[in-house]
Design a protein around this ligand. Structure first.
Ligand SMILES: [Zn+2]
Length: 173
């Protein structure tokens, strides 16, 4: 298989899924289904298999992902995967596609400012586990930036990651 896409390209929006899907030209292209509110993102699978992924962004329709378009780039939280077919699994962080299993060796993370870590640590309580989305909301920061800050805080012993169902969530030490 050839190299997968490593950038997400947001190409537009349309009111219905079929129209949004028609805007996609190549692997890694994405478009939004917007009808009153943003309903979903459709994404041409970045591994090149030709499948289209539909990412629900509307909490009224069940489990929903978060779309963040600040600073003219696109971030989706949590990670996105394709259940059937190629089983692609990846993160979309500031227009960068980071692969979670296959192709992981070629990942290049987007720019990250370690200055965020002080604020993140302040926002993490001692007595319960919190996740990147919750802390991101409190600080108005991207969840993936916060997730990286939390991992780095845990590495230096300032925070502790939960186990089992609390994995990916942290409390202060
Ligand atoms: Zn695929």
């Amino acid at each position: 298989m050839s190299e997968p896409a490593r950038r997400l390209r947001l190409v537009g929006a349309a009111p219905y899924r079929e129209e949004a899907e028609a805007l996609l030209e190549r692997p890694g292209d994405a478009s939004l289904v917007e009808r009153g509110v943003t309903r979903a993102m459709v994404l041409r699978c970045p591994d090149g298999c030709g499948e289209t992924l539909v990412v629900n962004l509307d909490p009224r329709s069940g489990k929903a992902w978060r779309l963040d378009r600040r600073q003219n780039s696109t971030t989706v939280y949590p990670s996105v995967w394709l259940d059937g077919g190629c089983k692609s699994h990846f993160i979309v962080w500031r227009d960068t596609i980071l692969w979670c299993d296959r192709f992981e060796d070629g990942n290049v993370e987007p720019a990250y400012d370690p200055a965020l870590e002080d604020a993140v640590l302040e926002a993490v309580p001692f007595d319960r586990d919190v996740g990147p989305a919750e802390v991101g909301d409190a600080l108005d920061a991207l969840a993936w930036d916060v997730a990286k800050a939390l991992r780095r805080l845990a590495l230096r012993g300032a925070a502790q990651e939960g186990v089992g169902r609390a994995r990916g969530r942290y409390r202060r030490r």
